[in-house]
Design a protein around this ligand. Structure first.
Ligand code: ZN
Length: 524
């Protein structure tokens, strides 16, 4: 990827509508000689900005912005560098990402043996009683591309419990110590919404998919407040380093909110965070009267996050037709969708309480079912600018593009997944379904709002990878230099807009974090 980071400055574009009405305070900062791309279609280019406190108060020519200069104003000459609005990542797991920065890294391991070596090295750094977690292994980078087993890693981890995740978070590998602590044996029953992978004798192989991961999670002590705080601090510093100024934390634990709140109190919350705790806990927000986007500039709540299915990589995304390489498997619905009516009931009530609905759906069947629920919710509760989102929206049935638009549903997507999964996804779902996968062009052409992000720690937080993916669709294996299904590519301007305005719209902040006003409720 040929981005020259030194040429790009990012800055949160926040406009204070009322700022010019009164006696004008002098700017704290003025940036001149910048190549500013505003993401405002009426005035896309500018050369200078003025900032008062945490807000940008003027964008325009050097002369226009100079009116804000006072004796104390800091003047920064950008020497022609590109200045973009701060990136707003519409889907992250912020503290997980922060924790992973200090944990074992397995994602770029090129063989199962290397995974074993890296785990052995991690054991030496692990305190007694602690688990080795995270990792983000990806067996598609190994040869043969086979999922790992407990037997692979047991010899190097004889006394330390290990539960390392596949990079998609939809399966994890436990070692025998972890199985013992979680009291898992051949006799352990399967769980709805999950799979315990077993050997020929019925003994667990160490791999747990989707809801089955809960069997192990239950045995892992939750991170302490100090561990969570340390992870959040690492995440904040890292986000700032890659130009991400806002994030939307999906499936946030209330303990995460507590940590953010503490950092906010100390003036240390340097990224603007919108939290979406689980929809199964919607009443915890509703009972204290929180509604969508409730809070302050830096910390807000009021969304709920749900899960409809798993992932394509783990063959747990729910499809209408079977997986092309597994004819008996159409994927599985999440535990929360057993039965779907229970999920619909909760979402209906959460929406009626004024909470925003954000639901993970990856397979075409799961996406369709959630659109059905959203349609029923709009009928029952009326349309009130809900801005319901489908998180990931990866494999959309052609009939459903139009429904996204009609129901004003935002597609919250992570472009990097396309160039990563694009290496193998056609083998899983076939060419026909791949045509409407990660289908940014089709969604935009139908008038659907795109919000972009990464799913960090699942994928890298750096937004430049996402822009690269959206514009090129060049898969990471180098096999599609002209783009994998290039008709679904979008322009750089569209990608930047989805990553800034689109994400701001998805969190009801488009008036504060961007200048343009949506022309209608579903697009602009
Ligand atoms: Zn996620």
């Amino acid at each position: 990827m040929n981005y020259n980071r030194t040429k790009i400055l990012t800055c949160l574009i926040v406009f204070a509508a009322a700022a010019s009405a009164q006696a004008r305070p002098a700017a704290d900062l003025i940036v001149i000689h910048a190549n500013i791309y505003t993401v405002d279609r009426r005035h896309p280019k500018a050369e200078a900005i003025a900032v008062v406190g945490e807000r940008i108060v003027a964008v325009g020519s050097k002369a226009e912005v100079d009116a804000w200069r006072g004796p104390e104003t800091r003047l920064l000459d950008a020497h022609g560098k590109l200045l973009l609005p701060g990136f707003n990542d519409s889907h992250v797991h912020f503290t997980d990402g922060g924790a992973a920065l200090a944990g074992v890294q397995l994602n770029d391991a090129t063989s199962a043996e290397e995974v074993k070596r890296r785990l052995a090295a991690q054991v030496a750094k692990t305190k007694a009683g602690e688990w080795i977690l995270g990792g983000d292994w990806d067996e598609t980078k190994w040869s043969p591309a086979q999922p790992p087993t407990a037997a692979l890693i047991d010899s190097v981890t004889p006394n330390v419990p290990v539960f390392v995740s596949r990079y998609d978070g939809h399966q994890g590998l436990a070692n025998s110590v972890a199985l013992r602590l979680a009291a898992i044996s051949a006799g352990t029953a399967d769980v709805p919404g999950g799979v315990i992978v077993r050997d020929a004798s019925g003994a667990p192989s160490g791999i747990f998919k989707d809801a089955a991961q809960e069997l192990i999670f239950k045995a892992i002590p939750p991170p302490s407040h100090e561990q969570r705080l340390a992870a959040a601090r690492r995440a904040l510093a890292y986000a700032a380093s890659v130009g991400v100024t806002s994030v939307q934390h999906m499936s946030a634990a209330f303990a995460d909110v507590e940590v953010y709140s503490e950092l906010l109190e100390h003036g240390q919350l340097t990224t603007r965070i919108y939290c979406a705790p689980l929809e199964t806990e919607w009443q915890d927000q509703a009972k204290v009267g929180l509604r969508r986007a409730w809070g302050s500039t830096y910390l807000r709540l009021g969304a709920v996050k749900g899960f409809a299915d798993g992932s394509i990589g783990s063959r747990t995304a729910a499809l209408f037709e079977p997986y092309s390489d597994e004819p008996d498997n159409r994927g599985i619905l999440s535990a929360e969708m057993h039965p779907p009516e229970a999920m619909r009931e909760r979402l209906m009530k959460a929406d009626a309480a004024g909470l925003q609905l954000r639901v993970h759906a990856i397979g075409d069947r799961a996406i369709s079912m959630i659109l059905d629920m959203f349609a029923a919710i709009e009928v029952a509760n009326g349309y009130h600018d809900q801005r319901m989102t489908i998180e990931h929206a990866q494999h959309v049935a052609p009939k459903d593009f139009e429904r996204f638009a009609r129901l004003h549903v935002i597609a919250s997507m992570q472009p990097y997944h396309a160039i990563d999964d694009g290496r193998w996804v056609e083998a899983r779902i076939g060419r026909e379904r791949a045509k409407t996968s990660y289908a940014w062009r089709s969604l935009l052409d139908h008038g659907v709002t795109l919000a972009f992000g990464t799913d960090w720690g699942v994928a890298p937080l750096d937004p430049l990878f996402g822009l690269y993916a959206a514009v090129t669709r060049a898969t990471l294996d180098g096999k599609n230099p002209q783009g994998w299904f290039p008709e679904q590519r979008i322009t750089l301007a569209e990608a930047v807009e989805a990553y800034t305005m689109g994400s701001a719209f998805a969190e009801y902040q488009e008036q504060k974090k961007a200048r343009s006003r949506p022309a209608s409720s579903r697009t602009w």
